[in-house]
Structures are given as C-alpha cells and as structure tokens.
Design a protein. Structure first.
Ligand SMILES: *Cc1c(COP(=O)(O)O)cnc(C)c1O
Length: 406
C-alpha cells in the first residue's frame, strides 16, 4: 500500500475530522417540558388531548394549507391520501423512478399500479415532460417528490395534471417549511404528505402528516385514519373502511417543540449548502445536485447529494469511497436505488402489468438510473454545523481522492 493510502482513516490512519457534527435528532428542555406535561395530564391520545390538534393547526399554517392531519408515518400519510381520493384497483399512479420506496409501495398498497417516469439529471426531481408522456386513460394521480427539499416544477406538473384531470399528491417528506416560487410546498397538490421519521427535518421518532385545502378530502382522511369513526363519535360508529393511524399526544408534543426551530435550521442549511457547493464544485469528479434558479430560496436541503465519478477517483467504486469518507469522520451513505432496481420490484414482477410498459428498459429511465448508480448522500444535520464543518467535508473528499489516485 502506498503512503497516502495508508494514511486514510479506513486503513488505520488519523481521521481527517477530529471533532463532531451537530447531533441529530436535536431536542432540549422544550421537548422535555411538553412531554412532561402530556405524561402528567393523563391525556395521551388525541381524542382527549390538545397537543396533536395544536400541532396540526400550526403545521397547516406553516405550509399555507387549510387542513392538516397528523398520522403515524409518511408512508401511512400516502396510503391514506390515496384512499381518500378513491384510488384503487385498475388505476395508474405516476411517480418518479428515483425516490424512497414508500412513494411506490403506497401505490401498490392501494392496489393501484405505479408508473415510473424519469427525473431531471440536475435537480433529481420528476421531469414534467416524462410525466405527460406516461399519462393513459387509467392515470388517476401523480406524486411529485420534492427531492431533498428541491421543489418540483409545480407550475408545469399542476398544469399538465389539470389538463388531464389527474390528482396531484405532493410527496413533501423532505420539504418541511420549503417553498416553490414563494409559496409553501404542500399547498399545490390536492393533498400532500410529510414525514417525521427519525432523520427527517422535524421528527418525533416516527410520524407523518397530510395537508390539504379540500375540506371533503380532509374529512375523508380523518375517517380513514381512525377506523372510520367520525370526530364526534360517541359509540362505535364506523362509516368507512380504515385503519388506526392516529398521531398520539407524545408525538404532538415533540413536534410542537421541533416546529419552533425549523425556519432557523433551514436558513443555516441553505447557507452551508451553498458554501459546500462552492467547495465541492472545485473537486474533479464530484457534481452536487444543482438547484434550479427558482428552487434556491425555498430549498430545505434534506440530504446533501452529489454524483461520484469513480474514474476521477482512481477507479475506486462508490461503496469504497463512502466507507473511506465515514472513516474520516464524515457521515455518508449511498443514495436509494432506482425503484425498478429494488428487490421488491424485481421479485414481484410488476413489469408487464401495464401493457407495453417495461420498467426494465434502461432507456426509459436514463437519468434516474444514473443517479441511482452514482450518487452519494450526506445527511442533513451536517449542514447545521459551522463553515469549518463544510471545509472538513470537502477536505476529507480531497484527501481520499489524492490517495485513491496515487
Ligand atoms: C421518508 C420518506 C417517506 C416515508 O416516510 P416514513 O415516515 O418513513 O413512512 C416517503 N417519501 C419519501 C421521499 C421519504 O423520504
């Protein structure tokens, strides 16, 4: 092993980063005070408490929507939204080929068929043209995903959806407090979902929310999320088929505390991401997700994502780079795979369910496939650090490149 390789932390050398990034999840006296209040009140579920209701009101206001419903996860929020819209067997739902599995699995959970379309190679968001081309008479809805908080082109997506009579469900699992051209994410679609899972920008461990401006859809979602029981139910009235996906008061309490920090944290991430872009763009073989001009101001930066070109790193594969980066003290992970390359897809043979549509055809999804194969992600909490932390990220990347290329 040459000298530079042996100095890599992954080979026993001294890690590049000696101190640590801000810890995540973050919670302090605020969470503790509100949680204590709930414990002592004896009101642990939303039916008797006020915390979930208070949270829903505040969250709806933040996302500029009339209604918000707290639920148990972002995945459940997607499933409930689609059920509320009446999406089921025989329907097709258009989704980006590059997303977290839930965007796709929720469609299948509703017995509908997910139709994968390509994304933009720079913004990683759904390509409106690909969306329009995939529309058939069976298309019932589209789920644009605001990838890493980069808003999709909502003008185009909503225009096309309206023209064809298709519902829009925004997957804003990465988009808390984010916006598109000055208007908050979640306020464009018929419905939108958020996640409060452990790594997300606001968290209560696990949780989710649905927002909408449509009272009927809100009420339908409310019924579905509580085994069909109306709000004022005094007995066992069950008006529709549903499940139990209610957010509890502990989740509501933690989220109320988390909400107070969202705006300030987002500003810090935007500032740091821009600085990190300036450093990373100088590295040959690294190309960060590139925000469209319209998206810069309202981008939440859930994950710092970049292409890793192994040919500029001595041919060392992406996995090796990620291991080396982690050893240097920089948290990193490989991006999610293109949905059609997950084991779930391959083994369930969804291919062929739509005549003439073949998910396996590489040529249909060239951008999504490239992202799935080349992108590396750094978690959002690193962007809550100081300028020096950004310099450490870029410095560690350069240290690895020098060693890999020697
Ligand atoms: C996290 C996530 C979800 C699902 O949220 P959970 O709360 O984990 O169920 C949905 N879509 C995207 C894009 C996500 O990243």
């Amino acid at each position: 092993m040459n000298e530079k390789m042996s100095k890599l932390a992954v080979n026993g050398g001294i890690p590049y980063k000696q101190d640590s990034f801000p810890k995540w999840p973050y919670g302090d006296e605020k969470e503790i005070a509100l949680l204590t209040e709930v414990v002592q009140s004896g009101k642990w579920w939303r039916t008797t408490g006020r915390k979930v209701i208070e949270f829903e009101e505040k969250f709806a206001t933040m996302q500029e929507c009339e209604f918000c419903l707290g639920v148990t996860s972002g995945t459940h929020a997607l499933e409930i939204s689609m059920s509320a819209l009446g999406i089921s067997h025989g329907d097709e739902v258009i989704i980006p080929a590059f997303s977290y599995i839930s965007t796709c699995s929720a469609v299948i959970y509703c017995n509908a068929v997910p139709v994968l379309v390509d994304v933009d190679p720079e913004t990683f968001c759904m390509d409106p043209k690909a969306f329009e081309q995939a529309i058939t008479p069976k298309t019932k809805a589209v789920i644009p995903v605001h990838m890493a908080g980069h808003s999709c082109n909502m003008d185009e997506i909503c225009r096309i959806a309206k023209k064809h009579g298709i519902y829009v469900i925004e997957d804003a699992a990465h988009g808390h407090n984010g916006s598109y051209k000055g208007k908050k994410l979640g306020s464009f679609g018929d419905m939108a979902i958020f996640s409060f899972q452990n790594g997300k920008l606001m968290t209560c461990g696990e949780g989710g929310a649905i927002v909408t401006n449509n009272k009927n859809l809100y009420e339908q979602a409310y019924l579905i999320h509580g085994v069909g029981r109306p709000k004022d139910d005094k007995g066992y009235t069950h008006t529709v088929v549903g499940s139990t996906c209610r957010m509890n008061e502990f989740q509501g309490a933690v989220l109320l505390a988390q909400m107070d920090r969202v705006e300030e944290m987002m500003r810090r991430r935007i500032e740091n991401a821009q600085y990190l872009d300036s450093l990373m763009n100088k590295v040959d073989g690294i190309k960060p997700q590139k925000p469209a001009d319209y998206a810069v101001e309202g981008m939440t930066h859930y994950m710092y994502m970049f292409y890793y070109e192994d040919s500029k790193f001595g041919g060392h594969p992406r996995q090796e780079f990620v291991e080396a980066l982690k050893a240097e003290g920089i948290p990193a992970f490989i991006s999610f795979p293109v949905l059609s390359k997950t084991q779930f897809f391959m083994e369930n043979n969804f291919m062929g369910k739509i005549p003439g549509y073949d998910y396996k055809k590489e040529k249909d999804l060239p951008n999504a496939n490239k992202i799935g194969e080349k992108v590396v992600c750094i978690p959002q909490y690193t962007l809550l650090g100081a300028q020096k932390d950004m310099e450490d990220i870029a410095g560690a990347v350069l240290k690895i490149q020098e060693a890999f290329c020697q």
